[in-house]
Design a protein around this ligand. Structure first.
Ligand SMILES: C[S@@+](CC[C@H](N)C(=O)[O-])C[C@H]1O[C@@H](n2cnc3c(N)ncnc32)[C@H](O)[C@@H]1O
Length: 524
């Protein structure tokens, strides 16, 4: 059944089939595999058609195991969990709850046993359950009394320190702390003292995507994007106040679409936390599973030229230690002159299949070629494109490009492989400025409906992330240039090289920002 190929003419037909499957009790995993849709798609569809009825949810399931089998902490910036995780009382019943693998990884990486964790968007209590299992103290709030009732049932299980102690590295006596759960508003943490929390780990409601209550006052899921971000400004400021200096705050957030263009909600929320005073310690990509590339989505993704959203962001913010200067870790290499050069790579192979979601996992061997081919074939006719590559001066054997590309191009693809080799801050500043100029200069030469594609990546400087994709998105705000896609590109490697020397995650993903030149002035 899972591999059966299903084709529909319209999305409505697809949705009706999914709702019928739900009605006969088919599990989400099976629906996802059969129809090639994500959990989030199923969630949204069901919430739209049936509302969110938490009181009907079953709790008190029989606990089979208190821990995930063969758990390994994540070491790279791409996190991907094939199963959502159903140990202890965890279950996928509460719409929009996060996989327990996320708080488990965050808690293990950024806190110690006995420390105090705050989740101000508690939901069904996934973080609170993990805190109990991992010997951390926990305070969790939710605006919805029904969610808190459910969370209280979920944290109400018996476990002895002997059952739990094996996962904790430290030799200290293991203690279990009962989480403190209460109804409350993430915007008002006045009951907490300044500098009192060791870790914040939270998953906000997505602006106007899934409704969590029947319009309870203060429920942020009812605010549209700009108002949601405004309210999150208060949450971010409160987070900064209550967190101890030098400690972390992890927030999961995804993008959304309006009129077939992407609204970079993830990057916008990162700005809100940075403006509150946080630094960006890591920018993790959380992949969504169940995105099959056949059937309905395959055909429509190509016909209407869009990708299915299949990733979310998990920024790890840090409240800097005010009195201690930021430690200077490995400095970037200064390449002197980094120059954009124009060229046209030879594309030999034909693709068997296009990528159809926002996460492209390409083989290490012919990574660049596969990536180029996907971009060029999807966003041009295969002829009218140009590629500009930022290369370090010494390596350059192509033509410099002070000049513009020829007129009526369908695609200008800007690549920057030099970012791979720890560039310096001045290289990066130059790169951002020059990319903006290239886009401005060449915009008149791109035909209407044509594209700019920018391949870029985050880099780490002085121990913090320079989120270059976010910076480019912040910077490229021309009226007739619409952000069409934010794609995450990563290599399919069995054993990624892990450099744990500085305690950071290995940055293993890149981004592809796709902009469309349009006639209309604004997108909303
Ligand atoms: C994405 S869910 C969190 C799910 C949770 N991580 C879990 O695994 O169950 C977001 C939660 O935020 C809650 N919420 C919305 N506005 C809130 C506010 N102003 N303060 C606190 N909680 C709020 C919603 O009721 C919802 O339960």
């Amino acid at each position: 059944m899972a591999n059966q190929k299903v084709n529909f003419k319209t999305e409505r037909e697809l949705q009706e089939a999914i709702l019928q499957e739900k009605a006969i009790g088919t599990p989400d995993l099976e629906i996802g595999q059969k129809y090639g849709v994500t959990f989030r798609y199923i969630e949204r569809l069901i919430t739209r058609s049936q509302g969110l009825n938490i009181s009907a949810l079953k709790v008190s399931k029989k606990i089979k195991t208190l821990h995930p089998k063969d758990f390994k902490e994540e070491q790279t910036t791409v996190w991907s969990f094939k199963q959502r995780g159903n140990w202890a009382t965890h279950s996928g019943e509460y719409r929009g709850n996060w996989s327990p693998y996320i708080p488990r990884n965050v808690i293990l990486k950024y806190s110690k046993p006995g420390e105090l964790v705050l989740d101000y968007f508690c939901g069904a209590g996934t973080t609170a359950v993990e805190c109990k299992l991992l010997g951390r103290r926990c305070i969790a709030l939710d605006i919805n009394d029904k969610a808190i009732e459910l969370a209280k049932k979920n944290v109400d299980f018996n476990a002895s320190p002997q059952q739990l102690t094996f996962i904790i590295d430290e030799k200290k006596a293991f203690q279990i702390y009962e989480p403190e759960l209460s109804v409350g508003d993430a915007r008002d943490l006045s009951f907490l003292q300044d500098n009192s929390i060791d870790l914040i780990c939270a998953h906000p409601p997505y602006a106007n995507i899934l409704y969590y209550t029947d319009s309870k006052e203060g429920d942020l899921s009812f605010f549209d994007i700009d108002d949601f971000l405004k309210e999150m400004t208060i949450v971010a400021k409160e987070s900064f106040r209550v967190l101890k200096p030098g400690k972390q705050c992890a927030i999961l957030i995804g993008d959304t679409r309006r009129k077939k263009h992407v609204i970079p909600l993830g990057f916008k929320l990162i700005n809100v936390y940075l403006d509150a005073g946080f630094k960006l310690k890591e920018l993790i990509i959380k992949r969504q599973h169940n995105c099959k590339t056949t059937g309905f989505w395959y055909g429509n993704s190509i016909k209407y030229n869009f990708l299915l959203l299949a990733h979310e962001y998990l920024p790890i913010f840090e409240k800097p230690k005010s009195s201690v200067p930021i430690s200077v870790e490995k400095r970037g290499v200064d390449y002197g002159l980094v120059v954009p050069a124009i060229g046209k790579p030879i594309l030999k192979r034909k693709l068997d299949e296009f990528e159809t979601t926002t996460v492209w996992i390409l083989p290490e061997k012919d990574f660049e070629e596969r990536l180029n081919k996907n971009v060029i074939d999807r966003y041009s006719n295969g002829q009218d494109y140009s590629i500009i590559t930022f290369v370090s001066h010494s390596k350059n054997d192509m033509n410099f490009t002070g000049r513009n590309i020829q007129k009526d191009k369908e695609l200008l693809f800007i690549k920057s492989p030099f970012l791979n080799n720890s560039p310096s801050r001045s290289n990066i500043e130059y790169y951002l400025k020059e990319t903006k100029e290239i886009v401005n200069r060449n915009l008149p030469n791109i035909s209407e409906g044509g594209f700019f594609a920018i391949q870029t990546q985050d880099v780490r400087i002085d121990g913090y992330i320079e989120p270059l994709a976010k910076k480019l998105v912040d910077m490229l705000t021309l009226d007739n240039l619409w952000l069409k896609e934010i794609v995450v590109v990563t290599q399919e490697t069995q054993n990624p090289h892990i450099d744990k020397s500085e305690g950071h995650l290995n940055i293993t993903h890149q981004y592809l920002l796709v902009y469309e030149k349009t006639k209309r002035d604004k997108y909303v």
